[in-house]
Design a protein around this ligand. Structure first.
Ligand SMILES: *Cc1c(COP(=O)(O)O)cnc(C)c1O
Ligand SMILES: [Zn+2]
Length: 437
């Protein structure tokens, strides 16, 4: 990282929101698998495993550090067909497969020849995370956060959310029998509100942006006892769940890495963890080392990371979101600087597209591959198209695009653009008059 933390927008009220840490030795042995501590991404300080997320030395973000034993492909392949096949690589106990949890992951990796032909790409895959239990990639991160929350003795499972996270927290909490409280911006799409409220009575709609909701969550985490906010005070554990997307892509390609990956960016956590996953697989000898390029996708109406990428800045300047891609509408992305670093270091890029192009991206994926994605996926597919058109993506190389969500949650985005070609009386003459053949 070239940017010093002092140059970064750090939200100070986030820093004192740790929930009470358990007494040393209070943790169940093996509660976090092969994880050995939490290490600071800025200064390397090692902190004990617990509900911490900010470095006590420099306030940098903490991430899970491991000491991995030798792990073979065969061991992983013998595991369950969900994210827990990668238990040894995650901060979760070995008996996680027996816990009453939703079981996300091992979603399909689809060869996308039609979309590839439409865009002029040699070889393209769609990693389709719309088939997770609550229809977004957030079920992966929530499963890991829930495991940590229970091991740390949390009594309430909570989150600030742009929508999908609230759906995943509410559902996983219901199944695990733990109280949930989920916070969303009040202007969220109606289907996403219903998709949370159906699982929990405690959905709180806040009049403000996601960034306002996030600040409020940090404040509550500092005031209330026993609350695990999945993406605040147990964020290091939550974030590790995104690594499973990277592991699955590699395993499903036959234990090898793709050349290029296009990933949507909200907080930027997912993108950084796919890179971490690839690095771990290389270090463990599970895949051959090779260069790969990582690309980030944003909607122009909330594109602070793309703007910084284009300006050559290491610092991400916060924005006030204004886009239909609400699941990506984080104006002050916590992992923004790390996304910039990864995309630059791997020879990728961060790009953004208009809301109109987001809608076109949704329809393009639906009509070429039969996958109905939400606005986040429309953003990712639309950015893929723009990267090809602007020559930033190599069309000869093998590319994976990640579809992180499901179109039924954002119907309004395209409901004006698609519909009946004709409304007719039930007669052959009326049908013939339409010209449809
Ligand atoms: C949350 C979300 C993202 C982005 O996640 P980050 O890890 O915060 O960048 C992408 N797609 C969908 C559908 C999401 O809900
Ligand atoms: Zn530090």
């Amino acid at each position: 990282m070239s940017a010093s933390l002092a140059e970064r927008p750090v939200c100070p009220d986030v820093l004192d929101a740790d929930v009470t840490a358990p007494a040393p030795g209070a943790l169940r042995p093996g509660a976090f698998g092969n994880a050995v501590g939490l290490s600071c991404r800025e200064c390397g300080h090692l902190e004990q495993l617990g509900p911490h997320y900010a470095c006590p030395e420099c306030f940098g973000p903490l991430e899970v550090a491991y000491e991995f034993p030798a792990i073979t492909r065969e061991q992983i392949e013998a595991g369950p067909r969900n994210i827990w096949r990668y238990q040894a690589l995650l901060p979760v106990p070995t008996d996680i497969t027996e816990s009453p949890n939703t079981e996300p992951g091992f979603t399909r990796l689809l060869r996308a020849d039609n979309l590839a032909a439409a865009l002029g790409l040699a070889r393209l895959w769609v990693k389709d995370d719309s088939t997770n239990p609550t229809h977004s990639f957030k079920d992966r991160v929530v499963a890991c956060a829930l495991s940590a929350a229970r091991e740390l003795g949390a009594t309430t499972f909570a989150c600030p959310s742009t929508g999908n996270l609230a759906n995943a927290v509410a559902a996983a909490g219901a199944r695990a029998g733990i109280k949930t409280v989920v916070f969303i911006p009040s202007n969220l799409e109606h289907p996403k509100q219903v998709n949370s409220a159906v699982y929990t009575e405690q959905l709180v709609a806040v009049n403000g942006t996601y960034d306002d909701v996030n600040r409020l969550a940090s404040e509550i985490a500092g005031e209330e006892e026993g609350w695990a906010f999945v993406n605040v005070n147990v964020r290091p554990f939550y974030a590790e769940g995104s690594k499973t997307l990277g592991y699955e892509i590699a395993e499903q390609l036959g234990w090898r890495l793709p050349d290029q990956v296009v990933i949507p960016v909200a907080s930027g956590s997912q993108l950084t963890k796919v890179d971490k996953a690839f690095q771990e697989l290389i270090a463990l000898g599970l895949v051959e080392a090779k260069p790969y390029r990582i690309f980030g996708a944003q909607a122009t109406g909330c594109s602070p990371v793309s703007a910084a990428f284009k300006d050559g800045h290491d610092v991400v300047r916060p924005v006030k979101p204004d886009t239909i891609a609400k699941s990506l509408a984080i104006g002050n992305p916590a992992d923004g600087p790390y996304v910039l670093d990864i995309c630059r270091r791997t020879g990728g890029a961060v790009e953004d597209i208009t809301d109109e192009e987001v809608r076109e991206g949704i329809i393009l994926l639906a009509r070429t591959e039969g996958i109905f994605t939400e606005t986040a996926g429309g953003t990712t597919v639309g950015v893929l198209k723009k990267l090809v058109e602007t020559g930033q993506l190599d069309t000869e190389l093998e590319t994976v695009v990640i579809n992180t969500g499901m179109g039924l949650k954002t119907l309004d985005a395209v409901s004006d653009r698609v519909g009946p070609a004709a409304v007719i009386e039930p007669s052959y003459a009326a049908f013939a008059a339409t010209g449809i053949s």
